[in-house]
Write a protein of this length. Structure first.
Length: 202
């Protein structure tokens, strides 16, 4: 099923339902926000698991001092040069914390599952809305096509009725009645065109 929607300079090719769904998934701000919440929940869960492991910190430092120092024994200034290096390491492991980390992991896991379900629900809702709007445009195009075809038929009948009226075969009332039907159908065609334009803007 193909549909030509006007999206300005974005595209000039007809949009299929699948293409509309893909565009909506890529560009929907609400869906992106929910997706980032899901990523954040996953990061929080990973961090909770990482807290079970021991920590290890390693540090190094080096310094060099040079210059003149006063020697109190000889009462003279002497040139000196000192170099020092140090290395440090520390590690810690929390053996028991009242199952706080266990419950934090369970909470993080539940939050991540909820974020995944929220994302899927938002995606499903988005797809339903896009499909509904797509079908509204398709139906509006069909209604416009039908209204235009009926208008063409009535205009042809008006021309035929006019010829019959001018030749004296029909009374003026029948001719005017046919013209009124054609005018009414033209109004319906304009209404259908407006409905299509509104559906495309939705």
């Amino acid at each position: 099923m193909m549909l030509a929607l006007g999206l300005g300079a974005q595209t000039s090719e007809p949009l299929t339902l699948n293409k509309c769904l893909d565009l909506a998934k890529e560009n929907n701000i609400n869906l992106r926000q929910i997706q980032w919440q899901r990523v954040q929940a996953k990061a929080n869960l990973t961090q909770s698991w990482a807290r079970l492991f021991p920590t290890l910190n390693i540090s190094t430092s080096a310094s060099e001092n040079f210059g003149l120092n006063f020697d109190p024994n000889s009462l003279t200034l002497q040139s000196s040069n000192y170099t020092s290096m140090s290395l440090g390491a520390s590690s810690s492991l929390n053996v028991f914390d009242g199952l706080q980390r266990y419950h934090t992991i369970r909470s993080g896991s539940s939050s991540y599952k909820a974020a995944q379900l929220d994302f899927q629900q938002a995606l499903d809702d988005l797809y339903l809305n896009v499909a509904d709007l797509f079908l509204q445009v398709v139906f509006a195009e069909e209604r416009l096509s039908i209204a235009q075809k009926q208008l063409e038929l009535l205009q042809a009948q008006v021309e035929r009725t006019q010829l019959l009226y001018e030749s004296g075969s029909l009374v003026k009332g029948e001719y005017l009645s046919m013209k009124a039907q054609a005018a009414s159908q033209e109004t319906q065609a304009i209404t259908a065109q407006n409905a299509l334009n509104i559906a495309k803007l939705s």
